[in-house]
Design a protein around this ligand. Structure first.
Ligand code: SAM
Length: 239
């Protein structure tokens, strides 16, 4: 599947597929940790790969927020749902926003879509350029080679009044990436459709990621007790 298709046809079902995810609780924990690590004075936050704006719904209570994502369908939903936040279509590798932030978040494995360490380095350098000195980057990674379990099938379901969704995915190792085929059966107003998306995410090791973060001007820390599961989370202060 071409990159532009990612999340396109399925954007409107994203929040339903992830209805089980507690964005409010995650955002509150991130806010606490930002308070602990942040050394800059302001409260400007940039959420990179913000998707449909689920974290921004909560972050906007505490911060002056901006969200960027590569996908215009996801942004369309975010703009409609989350008011008083600036949204912009941009690629995390090369965006330029003409301003600096006190906090940058990049959550729920979005960084995995960069696939290669070269791209990860480009993105981290760019994140660093957009942070004030003493500002904080919160990055929730995708799987590492160690915690990725290829071959495991997963089922997620959603059952609403007019929309019902069943999603099954497999997972395999392709070169140094995790590849997931997501098969969707969606019943929307009694019309049933089948859709398939393939997602390919880089398997970035913790040691190498920490090294790239240091080279990009951060004092990084990896916390094993993560937000979603055992993927962990990075907290980095800009030097
Ligand atoms: C798993 S979703 C996470 C969305 C959101 N952060 C959340 O927690 O729900 C991954 C997001 O990354 C975005 N994305 C993928 N590659 C990107 C890139 N190079 N630059 C910006 N966004 C990207 C996708 O469009 C998608 O919205």
């Amino acid at each position: 599947m071409k990159k532009e298709m990612l999340y396109k046809d399925l954007a409107r079902y994203y929040d339903l597929v992830y209805h089980w995810k507690d964005y409010g609780k995650e955002s509150a924990r991130i806010k606490k940790l930002i308070e602990k690590y942040k050394e800059s004075d302001g409260n400007k936050l940039l959420d990179i790969a913000c998707g449909t704006g689920q974290h921004l719904r909560y972050f906007k209570k505490y911060f002056h927020c901006t969200g960027i994502d590569i996908n215009k369908e996801m942004l369309k939903i975010a703009r409609k749902k989350v008011k008083k936040v600036i949204f912009k279509k941009a690629d995390m590798k090369n965006f330029y926003l003409k301003k600096k932030f006190d906090c940058i978040t990049c959550l729920f494995s979005a960084v995995g879509y960069l696939q290669t360490y070269d791209n990860l380095k480009k993105a981290l350098m760019n994140f660093s350029k957009h942070l004030k000195s003493g500002g904080v980057l919160v990055l929730e990674p995708a799987f590492t080679r160690k915690n990725f379990k290829p071959g495991m099938a997963h089922l997620k379901t959603y059952e609403g009044k007019t929309i019902k969704i069943a999603r099954i995915n497999d997972s395999k190792l392709v070169k140094n990436c995790s590849a997931f085929d997501f098969h969707y059966l969606i019943s929307d107003k009694n019309k049933i459709r089948y859709l398939k998306e393939t997602h390919i995410l880089g398997l970035f090791e913790v040691d190498k990621t920490l090294k790239l973060m240091e080279e990009s001007g951060f004092k990084p820390k990896y916390i094993k007790n993560g937000l979603t599961d055992d993927r962990g989370v990075y907290f980095c202060v800009k030097k």
